[in-house]
Ligand binder design. Sequence first.
Ligand SMILES: Cc1ncc(COP(=O)(O)O)c(C=O)c1O
Length: 384
Amino acid sequence: MLQKVDKFIPIAKPSISEETIDEVVGVLRSGWLATGQLTQKFEENLKKYFGGRSVMTFSSATAGLHASLMAIGLKMGDEVITTSLTFAATANVIAMLGAKPVFVDIELDTFNIDHNKIMAACTSRTKAIMPVHYAGLSVHLDPIYEIAKKKNLRVIEDAAHAMGTCYKNRKIGTFGDIQVFSFHPIKNMTSGEGGCVVLDSESEQKIIALQRFHGIDRSIWDRFSKTANCYYDVVFPGFKSNMSDIQSAIGIHQLKEVETMNERRRYLSARYRTAFEDMSDEFVMQETPRFDFVHSGNLFPICFQDETRRDFFMNFLKEKSIGSIPYYTPLHLFNYYQKTFGYKKGDLPNAEYVGSRIVCLPLYYALTDAEQDYVIDTVRKFFR
Ligand SMILES: Cc1ncc(COP(=O)(O)O)c(C=O)c1O
């Protein structure tokens, strides 16, 4: 018998403490809502979290990825190697700059980009590799950085799912070229909307700072505070993708809590794994790789053996008040990517196999054991 739940269990839900709400109210009363001291503080705290590396906050990870590509000098006609099993943002920002996303197939077990296929995809136009730590599981970074070194490429890690992920005992964001994190509410921590870029290169930081705020050579805080000089220069036609102090107030508190929240996400993922151990005839779970890793627990994907059952399954869950999401439809199957770059069905067999069978189950800090038991029972009931 299934337990009854009287409320919908979504795929994801942010947990916002009372302390955070008080802080946001404080910002609203302060008279300073845009980028200011709290954003500076959030960036300093993130810098500590990422082992002292430079951190620049953004209105979204999408904006951070776009600015990072500009910072490495991506131009019309260049190519960037990435995965097709990801959110549209990853490749859209490449295409926006007139470059081509070169999709490399994924591993069938980890659902991450297959590093063994990257070298063959490199051409004289390749400028960067953009791996995605899908669901919060680190890609195998050592071989990717080796290829980048050999071919003189930059690596921009789409770390939207990877706040708290570790690769070989090192936290993503504490090493490597450029990492971009998302603070969208579905992610491990949130600032409402938002993201950040982590990097070392000072020349790239300069371009990113200009790109983030109209190409103006000084921050607004520098211009509007009491002692400020209000004149500025525009050195570049930049965009407007800075983070506000309202968002930073949320982010500062979430950052303090992210490790605790991730612990629970990992605990809930482990419970799903145990509960579904005997279900491999029906679906497989994301395989654990052969290197030391810590999963961030951002998503819990399952991959059906029989693709024809996925929609029935998602509808069944919906009828039982449970959310689920087919993350992701491979990007090379979308109209724009087929029309613009000539991709077609059959180009990436593994991404297509997984993309047509994958479903993510509810996973978030506030999901109770009882709610998860209900999800588990419902999943098992569907297959009975
Ligand atoms: C893999 C991936 N990359 C990039 C993004 C973009 O993040 P944002 O919504 O913060 O722009 C997302 C968002 O869902 C994502 O899942």
